[in-house]
Ligand binder design. Sequence first.
Ligand code: ADP
Length: 521
Amino acid sequence: MIEKAEQLLSQYFGYPSFRRGQKEIIENVLAGKHTAGILPTGGGKSICYQIPACILSGVSIVISPLISLMKDQVDSLTQVGIPAAYINSSLTSQEITERIDKTRNEFYKILYISPERLESDSFRNIIKDLPISLIAIDEAHCISQWGHDFRPSYMKIFPLIKQLSASPVVLALTATATPIVKKDICSSLKISEEDCFVTGFERENLQFKVVKGQNRSDFIRKYVDNNKSESGIVYASTRKDVDQIYEQFKRSGVKAGKYHAGLSDVEREKHQDLFLNDQISVMVASNAFGMGIDKSNVRYVLHYQLPKNMESYYQEAGRAGRDGLISECILLFSPQDIQLQRFLIDQNQMNDERKNQELVKLQQMADYCYTENCLQRYIQHYFGEIEHSDKCGKCSSCTDDRTAVDVTIEAQMVLSCVIRTGERFGKSIISQVLTGSSNKKVKQLEFDKLSTYGILKDRSMKSITEFIDFLTSEQLIGVSGGQYPILFVTNKGKEVLLGKQDVLKKEKIKIQSLESNGELF
Ligand code: ADP
């Protein structure tokens, strides 16, 4: 069967071989097993259902929330000779009936439908007797309350599958499933753990970098100036920042465009087209930009601020280097960004459970900025990819050639202080106790009587709070709570306290100026 799949890959799509993960997923589906595939954006998820759809009898239904992309998908399938159609709210009821009739007569191989359709009982009744051999669920993380984009209509998918008279194979696909979301997808759709394939998160041509302690706008200006002939995207969190960076570029003669939800459709489309056709080199954008954009020669993606979670970051950064050539993904980080994101989460109307989940994701995003381990591996680990190769050798952690020193004793001092203060306080109180501050609160709580009081008095508050961030990224300290986070010692931290594990940290060196190529650490 896989030979047939390979033949169709070349016949319809003109590709000589499958990418990592595609072959395993297709083989599993063709063996009739419910399957989950977690592949990064651009990893080639569509082919995972398009090829089985051509081999299996009857029709394959694809549930996709991206209505704007359905038409493009259907057009390109039709062009290569695969009969396909879509059903969504843009059609009249007569058009829908016609398409269902044609599906019943096995005219189409692939039928795209939006998840909202499943909310209608009558629609579910109409499709229940169709000869459906495969149900592919795109953006399957929407099924999970722990995902970053939960959609209630996705909850209707499993009841629908049970209602169908044919017993189709189920294929769930997504780019952004953390282990907990993956578990949720599998249990909601009755997919066994061994039929879940997580792969391909490594993008060998991408160089991930975290830049701290720089003036952001100077950094961006100089970076773009040094890369004038290249295409790139600068992501900023607010419309105001997008506008400001764009104006700054225009003033310095950089050919830039801008994109955010506050612009008219016409303006957005104009800037997008200029960028896609290489008439401008930089796109300054909010996270509204990029969905469905397939521009292959983006050489860099700069993030002006910390995104709210790794899912968003990887999706946006991953738009660099789709052509496989070396490209940079640089995140400009300042600790205040975490405060801002915490505040936004706190202001949001979501329930407490969800807020906590968002805070955990934010902490994991911050850990990405503080870790001294390989950033590429951090990403793979975050997305639950089990097979890791060696370090990437290219990211700002791997290329940081400062020597690692043993900081086990300092780590033990900090961890012990967290425990002695009852694991009820945040970074600032802990740092105040360690530096021996005469702050009123410290005295009131009688923390000046603790053995850890003033134990690091030769260090600055700032260096201790940074050290706590480092210990958090190493998962020796955990963080809980909302606006006012509280520190606790993890099991791994306890091992350090017991002397069963050492802690190594790169030595701090003076930050060089950008003129000497910007020191990344
Ligand atoms: P995703 O949905 O995972 O973001 P797509 O399915 O849109 O990704 O695929 C991204 C690009 O990769 C498309 O242009 C697609 O044609 C191409 N592609 C998919 N599979 C292969 C393959 N085996 N070899 C080469 N290119 C591929």
